[in-house]
Design a protein around this ligand. Structure first.
Ligand SMILES: NC(=O)c1ccc[n+]([C@@H]2O[C@H](COP(=O)([O-])OP(=O)(O)OC[C@H]3O[C@@H](n4cnc5c(N)ncnc54)[C@H](O)[C@@H]3O)[C@@H](O)[C@H]2O)c1
Length: 246
């Protein structure tokens, strides 16, 4: 069994790659090739199966190259975790057109391109599983995160449409909506001191009272990509410490 994990060099993707490698060959796909290679080397050194490939998920040619490389060097793509992402915080009044476009290109177009590229092979085999990374913020509005929230809502919406289209032909497609997870995206642009203050603010809305770990998201991803989730498609699953209940 083979899985592609985009954004696999860091954070949630890295956590998923580590967990999925226990039962699958993991293709760690990231624009940070050095990071992807380091993780693949570590997993291979531990007797697991992993490869690294460079990708910019916002580019159709790059996504095509990632899929072609995987088919040629690893084999059929049984599963996809479309997870690559980044964040640019700004008031809606201040966000630049360039930042807006970059967010949409990586998150929304990236998820679309990766799903579109792996689905034909899954259709040919009549089976496949996909998880796309959305967020709790797909459903919550958050100040200074207008572009990010819009992207995550779009990913959830796209996931449901893809699930409606392809689940009847054997492909289950779900989204995950993590709450605050301690990864570089959350710390980016914040000193340790500012991050500690920000965490206190964030955690007021989290009944479990702490940040999640990448592996606490990875267990949901692993489950949704496995046959144990055989009756689940089109859902937004929340490893979120209770941040959002709806
Ligand atoms: N950390 C959180 O609290 C949280 C909560 C909900 C959702 N998410 C989402 O989880 C996903 C992973 O975020 P993370 O927290 O692990 O952050 P992270 O910064 O640790 O990891 C993101 C990875 O994506 C890669 N990446 C970014 N843009 C890319 C592109 N265009 N092509 C290929 N690779 C690219 C980066 O190089 C990095 O390795 C993102 O989609 C993020 O929006 C994070």
């Amino acid at each position: 069994m083979n899985v592609i994990v985009t954004g696999g060099a860091s954070g949630i993707g890295e956590g998923a790659a580590r967990r999925l490698a226990r039962r699958m060959h993991v293709v760690i796909a990231d624009r940070n090739l050095a990071g992807a290679r380091a993780l693949a080397d570590e997993l291979n050194g531990a007797g697991l199966k992993a490869s690294a490939v460079e990708v910019d998920v916002s580019s159709k040619a790059s996504v095509r190259a990632m899929v072609d490389w995987t088919l040629a060097n690893v084999g059929d793509i049984d599963a996809l975790f479309a997870n690559a992402g980044f964040n640019r915080r700004a008031d809606v009044g201040d966000i630049t057109g360039e930042d807006w476009d970059a967010m949409i290109a990586t998150h929304v177009k990236g998820v679309f391109l990766c799903n579109q590229a792996v689905i034909p092979g899954m259709l040919a085999r009549g089976k496949g599983a996909i998880v796309n990374t959305s967020s709790d913020f797909a459903v919550m509005g958050v100040a200074r995160l207008g572009a990010y929230c819009a992207c995550k809502t779009a990913i959830y919406s796209l996931t449901k449409s893809i699930a409606q289209e392809f689940t009847p032909r054997g492909i289950r497609v779900n989204a995950i909506g993590p709450g605050p997870i301690d990864t570089p995206i959350l710390r980016q642009g914040r000193s340790d001191e500012v991050f500690a203050e920000h965490s206190k603010h964030l955690l007021r809305g989290v009944p479990l009272g702490r940040l999640g770990t990448p592996d606490e998201v990875a267990v949901s991803v692993d489950f949704l990509l496995s046959d144990r989730a055989s009756f689940i498609s089109g859902q937004l699953v929340h490893p979120n410490g209770g941040q959002l209940m709806w």
